[in-house]
Write a protein that binds this ligand. Structure first.
Ligand SMILES: [Zn+2]
Length: 374
């Protein structure tokens, strides 16, 4: 690697270290940032200047007197007023777009039916949504930091490996969207693509209360999937399909699943199973089994349950939680916290926006593992 490349990488790592410290603790001074980060005061000072100029950080108008003999310091915080993150959920039947601040506040949200799931047409529809939004951002003098897109399928870098409900396979969606945005005159940098449940997990992780060092998001929709955050990283597995819990088998020789196997979780908890008579009571119990299995496998700090089915069937989560707590009690174990999705039906779209921030804050994160030639 060239020396300049190394230096740029080093600089983005140092910037991300400072941003993460300021996100974790408000009102930090430059001196405190230097001592917490281990960087020299002059490095911190130069990087903070850049981050202020680029509207990542803001500083208080007047310095605050220091305790003891130190010089007065100017507290630094995340600037939530200028930069925005855009997240788009490309669902089977609709497009949801949200624009969120760096602190995770939803500023605008739009939803419209997906007119045509053909990749080129879907891409065009996403492009025109982003174009409309960019006009509004220009009027408000807001800066677009990046666009995150999530969809129901396995994703590897910028490639959609398989999205059965959209009928997509091995589709270079990020490149297609970058082209589309380019044609519309929108800078195409920073497009990120992720599976919907993975994105929703990141949304809860980045914008939730700090302390959730491991978190699983269970998305209950037409199908059932999970996004897993372990040790500050999304865990997506070898081929990007980790968390396909809808096809974990809960009953040997059980009902036939759309995947061809029998007894998959989806045959009890999927939207069509819940719509049957007494489907929610049964689905709630099986969801409890699924949560218990996730706890046994990963022992996460928090399990967040969301998705369309939780809105259509408000009792589902409570039923699952009591089933899961009963399993924990019998074994004399502490059940993890199980809570509802913070952003409701927007969970995946907000997660797609969080993806942009997540990548900014982790310059070493490799986007693609299996694209030949990358
Ligand atoms: Zn299945």
């Amino acid at each position: 690697m060239k020396a300049t490349g190394d230096l740029q990488l080093l600089k983005s790592i140092n910037r991300s270290v400072l941003l993460r410290l300021v996100r974790a603790q408000s009102d930090l001074s430059r001196a405190r940032l230097a001592s917490l980060s281990g960087l020299t005061k002059s490095t911190v000072s130069a990087l903070v200047r850049e981050l202020l100029d680029e509207h990542w950080l803001s500083e208080a108008a007047a310095p605050v007197a220091a305790q003891g003999l130190g010089r007065p310091s100017t507290p630094l915080n995340i600037d939530s007023s200028k930069r925005v993150l855009v997240g788009i959920e490309l669902a089977v039947d609709c497009l949801r777009l949200v624009c969120v601040s760096l602190s995770g506040v939803i500023l605008t949200q739009t939803e419209e039916p997906l007119r045509d799931p053909q990749p080129a047409n879907a891409c065009q529809q996403v492009g025109s949504l982003v174009q409309r939004l960019c006009r509004q951002l220009d009027e408000k003098q807001l800066t677009l930091s990046g666009v995150g897109v999530c969809l129901p399928g396995s994703v590897d870098g910028g490639l959609v490996r398989l999205a059965p409900n959209l009928g997509w396979r091995d589709l270079p969606f990020s490149a297609m969207l970058a082209d589309e945005l380019g044609k519309l005159g929108i800078p195409a940098a920073h497009i990120h693509l992720q599976n919907d449940a993975d994105a929703a997990a990141l949304g809860e992780y980045e914008f939730g209360e700090s302390g959730d060092d491991s978190l699983i998001f269970v998305n209950c929709d037409v199908g059932v999937g999970a996004g897993i955050v372990l040790n500050d990283r999304l865990f997506t597995g070898f081929l990007g399909t980790a968390g396909e819990i809808g096809h974990s088998i809960l009953q040997v020789d059980g009902p036939l699943c759309s995947c061809g196997r029998r007894g998959c979780a989806e045959t009890f908890i999927g939207a069509s199973a819940l719509a049957r008579p007494k489907g929610v009571a049964k689905g709630g119990r099986y969801l409890g089994v699924l949560l218990q299995n996730l706890d046994a496998m990963f022992n996460p700090h928090v399990i967040v349950v969301g998705g369309r089915s939780c809105i259509d069937h408000p009792t589902l989560l409570e039923m699952a939680r009591s089933a899961q707590q009963a399993y924990a009690q019998v074994a004399g174990l502490q059940a993890p916290e199980v809570r509802a999705a913070r952003f409701g039906v927007q969970a995946a779209a907000v997660g797609a926006a969080a993806l942009v921030l997540h990548q900014f804050l982790r310059p070493l994160l490799k986007e693609s593992k299996h694209v030949p030639g990358n």
